[in-house]
Design a protein around this ligand. Structure first.
Ligand code: 13P
Ligand code: SF4
Length: 342
């Protein structure tokens, strides 16, 4: 978001209202003074190396407000990756998001600073399983969530994100759909399609996100009792009962827009803590009730590792895959853009 040198006071103004987001997510002016030298070293290097930083909303606030050029959900970031003129993209998130940027920009260097670059959804399914499912379900359109590896995408037909899954699946001209890997999103998708009178046979795989599967109806009932005016905002990776009792369901970016636009002041946000931090920083008049959960994969990104990959990337930090995989995966992402934007 900030592309030039910043002062400790400017950083503190962005971070001072953040009270959630894991250990260490309370920022004093002194802490900002300690962070600013490395932040400005990264910002100088970005200019020198013609690099941009894309950061998912779940990332630690000092990264989002100190060094990132683009912030958002996986759909927005995939669009941003397409528009940048920079020759290097540092993707501060998890590996599958960096892979999406590389699929769309084969000529650019894409670097991933995350120490733990997995994701419980992307790790829940492998190419051999997809091939077996395709044998079991002939005639089905295979729809993969963006939280999958490039190799898994290459074996599917259409990619979707949490921002467009319902719309895209509704438009696919086949009434047989196999969705993978998230079972809750698959069930939520099926319920949505059924409720809207669209006739489709939707099957889905058994993966889960370890962050979102933790939430249950008790979290909502407790808040409804204590804060009757609060709105419940949840991510479609939550289970069906949570979704059915929520006031709004959407991608992380759509959740933020909903909270920005509604006049309500109190929210229970059923997603990763990074989004709570964005709300607190950008809309300090809104109050969060209840707690949030951390994603260890997203939170394994640090300013130190961003600086390291910009200065001296190791082979493991670079996204590379063969051209055949890239082209096949690209077709599924282009199909998503086609259905999502038509
Ligand atoms: P969004 O696309 O909504 O940002 O979701 C990505 C994700 O990993 C949620 O857990
Ligand atoms: Fe993956 Fe869940 Fe983390 Fe999102 S929150 S990156 S789905 S493990």
């Amino acid at each position: 978001m900030l592309q030039t040198q910043i002062t400790a006071q400017q950083l503190y103004d962005k971070l001072k209202d953040i009270k959630l987001g894991g250990q260490g997510c309370v920022y004093s002016l002194k802490k900002c003074e300690e962070l600013v030298p490395i932040i400005n070293e990264i910002n100088d290097l970005k200019e020198e190396k013609n690099a941009v930083i894309l950061a998912h909303s779940y990332i630690s606030p000092e990264i989002i407000y100190g060094v990132s050029d683009f912030v958002g959900d996986s759909y927005k970031l995939s669009r941003d990756a397409l528009t940048t003129q920079a020759s290097t993209i540092v993707f501060v998130a998890v590996r599958f998001m960096g892979e999406t940027a590389k699929i769309l920009n084969p000529e650019k260097e894409v670097l991933i600073p995350a120490k733990l670059d997995g994701c419980s959804l992307a790790d829940s399914i492998n190419p051999a399983t997809v091939q077996e499912l395709r044998r079991q379900y002939p005639g089905y359109t295979f729809v993969c969530y963006i939280n999958t590896t490039a190799q898994v995408k290459a074996l599917c037909d259409v990619t979707v994100t949490s921002a467009n899954a319902y719309k895209v699946v509704g438009k696919i001209p086949n009434d047989k759909i196999y969705f993978l890997p998230d079972k809750f999103m698959g069930q939520n998708l099926k319920n949505y399609i059924d409720r809207h009178g669209i006739k489709k046979d939707i099957r889905y795989y058994s993966g889960t996100c370890y962050v979102h599967e933790e939430y249950d109806i008790e979290d909502i009932l407790k808040v409804r009792l204590e804060y009757p005016d609060a709105k419940i905002v949840s991510h479609p990776e939550c289970n069906t009962t949570v979704i059915d009792h929520s006031d709004f369901v959407g991608s992380t970016e759509q959740m933020l827009s909903y909270m920005r636009e509604t006049s309500t002041k109190q929210f229970l946000m059923l997603t990763e803590c990074g989004l709570s931090s964005r709300l607190q920083s950008e809309f300090p008049d809104k109050q969060l009730v209840g707690s949030c959960t951390l994603c260890k994969y997203m939170k394994s990104n640090s300013l130190q590792d961003i600086l390291r990959v910009l200065k001296n990337p190791l082979p493991k930090d670079r996204v590379v895959f063969d051209e055949q995989t890239r082209l096949r995966a690209l077709k599924t992402i282009e199909a998503m853009f086609h259905y999502a934007e038509s």
